[in-house]
Design a protein. Structure first.
Length: 185
């Protein structure tokens, strides 16, 4: 199974490019982040013309995640990250595709730090860690893909005016996450 993940940064503005890429690359599963589209404006019919069915969680100006599957209907299992019923940001979706549990993740940016947005990012990461541990313990094959908004080192990001206190570059590892992910952040 070929799985791709792509922060599309507004699916409706970049739909033509997405369709060209899908027709050429033909991945089996595609995870999209930052849809910037409300639920009813997601271009499901355009995707179906190329054999992709989809599940998605839209949000008007920010966020939004989707899972596309070629020649299969993804079976929606979860539309939000468990652990905080008051969190209504569209940043997590989960579906079964051909016996594999696929997630599309759009982790919060966290800027500026310190502050409420950074605290939200860390809390979100902790919830993801807990939920991912449960998924992994189930014994089912799981793909945790998406835009984690984490840069391992300042050398791994384009030059900006200032990377000082940028929440994308971790000053510490989120507890437990790196252990199950199999790599260091």
């Amino acid at each position: 199974m070929r799985v791709a993940t792509f922060n599309i940064n507004n699916i409706n503005k970049r739909l033509d490019d997405l369709l060209v890429w899908l027709a050429k690359a033909k991945p089996d599963v595609v995870n999209l982040q930052e849809l910037k589209a409300e639920q009813e404006t997601f271009p499901v019919n355009a995707l179906r013309t190329l054999g992709y069915d989809a599940v998605w969680q839209g949000e008007r100006s920010w966020n939004g995640v989707a899972i596309l599957a070629r020649n299969h209907v993804p079976v929606l299992t979860c539309t939000s990250l468990p652990g905080n019923p008051e969190d209504d940001q569209a940043r997590y979706i989960e579906a079964a595709v051909q016996g594999v549990l696929i997630t599309s993740i759009y982790l919060p940016n966290g800027n500026p730090q310190p502050g409420p947005k950074f605290n939200y990012k860390l809390a979100w990461f902790e919830r993801l860690t807990a939920h991912a541990a449960e998924l992994m313990a189930s014994g089912a094959p799981v793909v945790l893909a998406g835009d984690y908004n984490v840069v391992p080192t300042p050398h791994d990001i384009y030059l900006t005016r200032s990377l000082d206190n940028n929440a994308l570059i971790p000053t510490r590892e989120p507890t437990g996450f790196c252990a199950f992910a199999g790599s260091r952040l």
